[in-house]
Design a protein around this ligand. Sequence first.
Ligand code: GLP
Length: 243
Amino acid sequence: MKIISVSNEREMSLEAARIIAALVRLKPKAILGLASGSTPLGAYKELARMWAEEGLDFSGVETVNPDEYIGLEETHPQSYRMYMRRHFTDLVAIPPHKVHLPNGMATDIEQECQDYDKLFESLGFPDLQLLGIGTNGHIAFNEPADFFTAQTHRVTLTEDTIDSNQRFFDNRHEVPTEAITVGMRGIMSSKRILLLACGKAKARAIAQTCRGPVTPRLPASILQLHPDATLIADREALSELDL
Ligand code: GLP
């Protein structure tokens, strides 16, 4: 994995935005796999600025998110669909029909998972998959487990993840306990992976992602096997890694 070391969160965001903008300029019909969470927010903000001030054109782009909570209405402020609209796609005029996320309110979740995998067959896998990382090493919502799951699937969130995501909700009981996530096939089939991390809380997971054994106990470690994966991380996130 290529590692780009930056001094702080802002530099991480600018670097990520530059890479995504370059892709969109070279390939206006790019498929962007986009992450939610707090880590990519600065990159989305910078891309929105480039759209507004530099004419970066997203009109040909389609976006695919790797995960969504189960049980939150699409219009719930903490659904990942609303997150994408609020922080990125509405800001750069990507119309809703080109913004793809699993439907966490589907009556048949298993069918929804299968349908989401079919979407990749028709749309293609992302040209670039942007990812954050959980403190337990999860990517999208692939939580630590005994084996890697290839397909899009239903997942029960770990207590760690529920604790981390509680900050976005009024109280812990409101945090969904389940989600739909693409599996490792969806992530690893992306042509390029951009993993972002900042802050001390991610240091252990980042060290294990880059140097530990490839194991489903630390899901992000699978990225070591991707031919074009880049980590952009600040000094704190890299602090447990010997560079
Ligand atoms: C969430 C999301 C992930 C995200 C991760 C880290 O649970 N499902 O896509 O990468 O946790 O989030 P944050 O960037 O807020 O630390």
